[in-house]
Ligand binder design. Structure first.
Ligand SMILES: NCCCC=O
Length: 484
């Protein structure tokens, strides 16, 4: 007996709609490998409709006093809490994520982040107004950018949607957001939540629109004439395409494109604590995290002890069913990602050694074992490229200079960490590490008040924080004559 697939829809101007031409894609639960829903495969007509709704809603939303936008965001945050179990269920089915961890690790920060941006809505800053030429006063207006086209990734579909819509709406922009084609369910649910709040508080539902679809849909959004800004979290390849498309009409671009975080462990570190924290930061969310503690560089004097402890921690780490509370992570997000991760392992050079894991787990779904690979060289593919799977690589370094050179010797530059009891060394390393974030004796925590974003091929623009908020605004100089 076949069960009917649930039908997800776009959310445009306050209405749930199928794609105009009726095309759909199947949405697969990665824990089972089975389709559970269909989602629209949106094309130009759908993108036009969503952009038109966001464009029509923009003037009224822009012109609200910030306190009114704050009220909307605070209510959205409350509603996220009230409907948390629905969000958790959707996200867990989207991604195969352990239910208990979505509840404890995703819902509270998301709610906090929305509340942070609700506050930011009332903190639109400009530098001092004043007389910079005799007889004239200059002031700064900080304004929203306009309609924002936003493309979210599949690793944290709900949270990345929050990182995009919350600062954009707080600053007075309107939004058209596209979830990944593998994970649309939680974003469609978010549309229901935001739409109902907008309605209750008397605002146009066109302020927030969701378009489901694939890369081509994303391209149509970015190239569309309406949005003033394109924001994407995704691969370097996707980011470069967005930057190129956006350059045709000089749209503002905001890119978060992944990482290859070095985890630099010096010989004076507390090995047991470092191993415990690094294995959680490397395997959480199946390593599908752009800041994952994926690339360990360990000082040669403690290398063997450290690798043995890391391999033991990997063997004790559990992946499995969404309702198993002992599980640290679920499956890889999709069949293609499983193939990618397997490919990295299959192509390992002869000098590499698999210390733990290295294979798929179970026959159903896309689970992969917690893996440790040692004996690697700086130029190896698995050291240079983002694996986005539960794989921690280990290299052995001799001194601080070599550690810095290897840590910085990749094209990504999002996050990093240094592990040492020597404060001066930690401070020297935090200056030398060429990454958007340096953690000291920890790895992966983030807070709404601090920026998340990288350098080099990790992209540009910040998420979270007042810096992220500013990215969704533009500044205008107004100069007035004092002669009347
Ligand atoms: N830990 C959150 C990282 C966001 C991007 O993957």
């Amino acid at each position: 007996m076949t069960t009917a697939l649930r039908r997800l829809r776009n959310y445009i101007d306050g209405e749930f709609r199928d794609a105009a031409d009726g095309r759909t894609t199947e949405v697969v639960n990665p824990a089972t490998g089975e389709a559970y829903a269909t989602a629209p495969l949106s094309a130009a007509a759908d993108v036009d409709a969503a952009m038109a709704a966001a464009e029509a809603a923009f003037p009224a939303w822009r012109d609200l006093i910030p306190a009114e936008r704050q009220k909307v965001l605070l209510k959205i945050a409350d509603r996220f809490e009230e409907r948390a179990e629905e969000l958790i269920a959707a996200e867990s089915e989207n991604c195969g994520k352990p239910i208990a961890l979505v509840r404890s690790e995703e819902i509270p920060p998301m709610v906090d982040q929305i509340r942070f941006f609700a506050g930011a809505a009332r903190m639109l800053e400009g530098r001092s107004a004043g007389e910079y030429m005799d007889g004239f006063t200059s002031i700064i207006r900080r304004e929203p950018v306009g309609v924002c086209a936003q493309v979210a990734p599949w690793n944290y579909p709900m949270m990345m949607a929050v990182w995009k819509f919350a600062p954009a709406l707080a600053a007075g922009n309107t939004v058209v957001i596209k979830p990944s084609d593998t994970t649309p369910a939680s974003t469609v649910l978010i549309a229901d939540i935001i739409g109902s709040v907008l309605d209750e508080l008397g605002h146009s539902r066109g302020v927030f629109n969701v378009i489901c679809g694939d890369r081509e849909t994303g391209r149509l959004m970015v190239e569309h004439k309406v949005p003033a800004m394109a924001s994407i979290t995704g691969s370097v390849r996707a980011g470069m395409q967005v930057a190129e498309s956006a350059s045709k009409d000089l749209k503002r671009v905001h890119l978060e494109l992944g990482g290859k975080a070095p985890v630099v462990v010096f010989e004076d570190t507390d090995i047991a604590k470092a191993v415990e924290d690094i294995s959680v930061a490397g395997y959480f969310n199946a390593g599908q995290d752009c800041t994952a503690a994926t690339r360990v560089l360990v000082q040669d004097s403690i290398h063997d002890e450290f690798v043995a402890a890391l391999a033991k921690a990997a063997a004790e780490t559990k992946t499995g069913a969404v309702d198993d509370e002992d599980v640290l992570y679920g499956p890889l997000n999709n069949a293609n990602q499983l193939k990618q991760v397997k490919g990295f392992i299959e192509r390992l050079p002869a000098h590499a050694k698999i210390e733990a894991g290295g294979e798929q787990v179970g026959e159903k779904g896309y689970f992969f074992a917690p893996t440790v690979v040692s004996g690697l060289k700086q130029e190896d593919e698995i050291v240079q490229q983002e694996v986005f799977g539960p794989v921690i690589t280990v290299q052995s370094f001799s001194d601080e200079k070599q550690a810095v050179e290897w840590a910085n010797g990749v094209e990504y530059a999002l996050a990093s960490s240094v592990w040492t009891k020597d404060h001066a060394r930690a401070m020297r390393m935090s200056k030398s590490l060429d990454f958007g974030c340096v953690w000291i004796n920890t790895h992966i925590p983030l807070v709404a008040e601090m920026p998340h974003g990288g350098f080099k091929k990790s992209g540009y623009g910040k998420d979270l924080s007042a810096y992220g908020f500013d990215d969704y605004t533009r500044i205008k100089h107004v100069m007035t004559s004092l002669d009347g």
